[in-house]
Write a protein that binds this ligand. Structure first.
Ligand code: 13P
Ligand code: SF4
Length: 362
């Protein structure tokens, strides 16, 4: 049997049995164990998280935690890699289900990225700085670090794009074209000064006459969850609920962001809803586990998903009670399974891009 797959004995346990066993292990391991949970995780997992946050907050708490020997990361693969790189050597990071990846991060591999960089240097010379969304592999963070660039999250993208323009004339933003486009547009870069790098064809897509006018080169990647919100959904909500506020994540397309009332990171969305007056109404364009939690936590507000047929992020959803219990019992029994370990050279270079990000984040 594949040792990264959930053993059979965890498939037939009742929820209360799993919960009791998880509580007992948490109690036993105390501060040796730390469980960070991303906002997009299932409620059944979030109830056991020691801290809940967006990708920036979880990177910050991982960097700050010097005590825990075992960090069981309830999120997706790139977040666990980031935690491994930001923690000390003696701290081990685990991902309860190794299949919890991110389809956006998978849209950029290091070979395509190096190839793109060579071509872009030929076209633009030494005028470009790379910025990579944290939703990317450690190898791409390392590429970014060794080429003078920084990581960004949806919470600090604006600050980092502003910083990047103080360093170089042009940005190479990967792998999410929408976050890159929405952020640069918000900072005043016109759409006709943005081009797309198509990694499948290995070519630049640009409709203007003069490539010298290009300021931002966007990797042709996207989030399949956030691309599921459309202008059709916006028209339907406006028709049905004319007074509703539409609030979306910047991984949504430019058209959707432009027609919404407001947009911002996962943390921004949570803060806006927390501070909204009772009786206000909201259609939210982000991941469904989070939207459902916002609905449950704010019974005094009318909250719906911008797309009522939206599903949770499938890879975030792979972490469930059986996988969490399995990861914790593996640790309890002194075995090593589902460990996320980034090699030393990659870490050294990736840390450069992560630290540049953390220095520019509050
Ligand atoms: P945040 O940076 O907002 O946590 O987002 C991570 C993510 O995967 C969004 O889809
Ligand atoms: Fe990746 Fe999108 Fe899921 Fe976030 S919501 S982890 S970007 S697939």
């Amino acid at each position: 049997m594949d040792s990264s797959m959930l053993p059979e004995q965890y498939k037939t346990l009742t929820n209360s049995e799993m919960k009791n066993r998880i509580h007992a292990i948490k109690e036993k391991l105390g501060e040796d164990l730390f469980i960070p949970g991303h906002h997009y995780q299932r409620d059944e997992v979030i109830q056991f998280a020691d801290t809940v946050g967006d990708s920036l907050q979880l990177a910050q708490v991982a960097a700050a935690n010097k005590k825990a020997k075992h960090i069981v990361f309830c999120g997706v693969h790139f977040m666990a890699e980031t935690a491994d790189m930001l923690t000390e050597d003696g701290q081990v990071v685990y991902l309860p289900d190794m299949r919890a990846g991110c389809s956006m991060a998978d849209m950029a591999n290091i070979y395509q990225t190096e190839e793109a960089w060579v071509e872009l240097q030929k076209l633009f010379g030494d005028t470009i700085i790379p910025l990579t969304y944290v939703n990317s592999t450690a190898a791409i963070k390392a590429f970014t670090g060794r080429n003078g660039g920084a990581c960004v999250t949806s919470s600090n993208a604006k600050t980092l794009v502003e910083w990047a323009f103080t360093q170089k004339e042009r940005l190479f933003f990967l792998p999410d074209q929408h976050l890159g486009r929405n952020t640069a547009f918000d900072l005043g870069v016109p759409l006709d000064q943005m081009a797309i790098w198509n990694p499948i064809k290995g070519e630049l897509e640009f409709e203007g006459d003069d490539i010298e006018q290009i300021k931002v080169i966007l990797w042709k990647g996207h989030c399949s969850v956030h691309e599921g919100f459309t202008i059709y959904n916006i028209r339907e909500v406006r028709k049905k609920y004319p007074d509703m506020n539409i609030l979306v994540h910047p991984e949504c397309s430019r058209e959707v962001v432009a027609l919404s009332d407001d947009f911002g990171s996962t943390k921004y969305i949570c803060d806006v809803i927390d501070n909204a007056p009772a009786g206000s109404s909201w259609a939210i364009g982000t991941e469904m586990n989070l939207v459902k939690r916002l609905i449950a936590n704010h019974p005094d507000k009318h909250i719906i998903s911008l797309n009522e047929n939206m599903c949770p992020c499938l890879t975030m959803n792979r972490i469930d009670l059986p996988h969490l219990l399995w990861a914790l019992e593996t640790i309890e029994h002194g075995k090593q399974g589902n460990v996320i370990e980034v090699d030393e050279l990659t870490t050294q270079e990736a840390i450069l891009s992560l630290n540049r990000m953390l220095q520019h984040s509050s």
